[in-house]
Design a protein around this ligand. Structure first.
Ligand code: RIB
Ligand code: CA
Length: 336
């Protein structure tokens, strides 16, 4: 290689390095119902301040009742060492349907595998729905990303009260839905959509830029003994918490589906924001069924475009499992 080529390569590399270092972090609100996999997602996000400027964590009832999802979000914040991030509690029940919970999966405290305690740092004053309205209303146009890790109730309530806040949203990345995989709470419905399909319909109808991270992909990004050892080898408190949580959390799905490992659903949303190249999908037309009956909560994903309707979501369907765990390991290593 000539000296000229070497110099050109060096200039290109330094330019690339400069742009990646200079890229402003993404303004992010994480809406969540912790939840075992939610806590893994929160720790991954909190370990990535270069790329993610977490404005707030907003909590919603889902896996367990609101007071416990809110306590668990404060616990995750404590474990992530991020006292700078406010936690706002939001909706305690879905828009229309009777509440359902998943304590059978996440434990009565909503956090299986670890001892919980009352974190020192409390909730921020005010309701999460009002926080969303106020923050999105005064945000720069299309500047704030929302990572949606539970039922979409908070954002739906904010959009119902002030539809114009959609202008402050860059995009919403949702853990939810299922098509090729089938459901995990009914034969066709995934839990977050089943828990509040009416809220998902409101968010879909808002026209916001939407990416769904459904069971179609999260059931392909699975733990293994080697991957859990990879995390345990980091030998810090945060990774120990993640390993303890995951070892307990994955048992339910491994037994139910006979899978060789368990999914870490919500963390894939954060991994997608950090390294979208780990995932593959396509823009499709999707609707949410809220009719009473066997298809309640189903996401009807028109993967082959047979309805000829305009695409309204990016639907992810493939994920690089080892790439995900390598990213999770690299970031958890940065925590205490
Ligand atoms: O179906 C999986 C989803 O439901 C995850 O977000 C999990 O935390 C539960 O909320
Ligand atoms: Ca969740």
């Amino acid at each position: 290689m000539s000296l000229k080529n070497l110099l050109q390569g060096a200039v290109l590399m330094s330019a690339l390095a400069a742009t990646s270092l200079m890229a402003a972090p993404r303004e992010l609100i994480i809406d969540t119902d912790p939840g075992a996999d939610d806590v893994v997602a929160l720790l991954l996000a909190m370990a990535s301040p270069q790329e993610l400027k977490i404005r707030a964590i907003t909590t919603v009832a889902g896996n367990v009742r609101l007071e416990k999802t809110s306590r668990n979000a404060r616990l995750a914040r404590e474990w992530g060492g991020r006292a700078d991030i406010p936690v706002y509690a939001g909706a305690g029940r879905p828009l229309v349907r009777e509440p359902i919970y998943a304590a059978n999966v996440h434990g009565e405290e909503g956090l299986t595998g670890v001892q919980v305690h009352e974190p020192k740092q409390g909730l921020a004053k005010g309701n999460a729905v009002q926080y969303l309205i106020d923050t999105l209303d005064k945000a720069e146009p299309h500047s704030i990303t929302i990572a949606m890790l539970g039922p979409q109730t908070n954002l739906a309530l904010a959009l119902i009260q002030k539809p114009e806040i959609v202008n402050g949203i860059k995009e919403v990345v949702v853990m939810g839905g299922a098509h090729f995989n089938g459901g995990n709470i009914t034969p066709v419905a995934e839990f977050n959509l089943f828990a509040d399909p009416h809220a998902a319909q409101v968010v879909l109808a808002s026209g916001v830029k939407l990416t769904y991270v459904p069971l179609d992909v999260t059931h392909k990004v699975l733990t293994s003994d080697a991957r859990l050892k990879q995390l345990a080898a980091l030998n810090n408190h945060a990774s120990q918490v993640v390993v303890d949580i995951l070892k307990a959390y994955i048992k339910f799905d491994m037994e139910k589906y006979g899978m060789p490992g368990g999914p870490v659903h919500d963390a894939s949303v954060i991994a997608y924001l950090l390294k979208p190249e780990l995932f593959k999908g396509r823009q499709i037309h999707m609707t949410v069924d809220s009719r009473e009956g066997p298809t309640f909560g189903q996401t009807v994903a028109d993967w082959y475009g047979v309805l000829g309707q305009p695409a309204n979501v990016m639907w992810l369907e493939q994920g690089d499992a080892q790439g995900f765990f390598d990213l999770l390991s690299a970031r958890l290593a940065l925590l205490k």
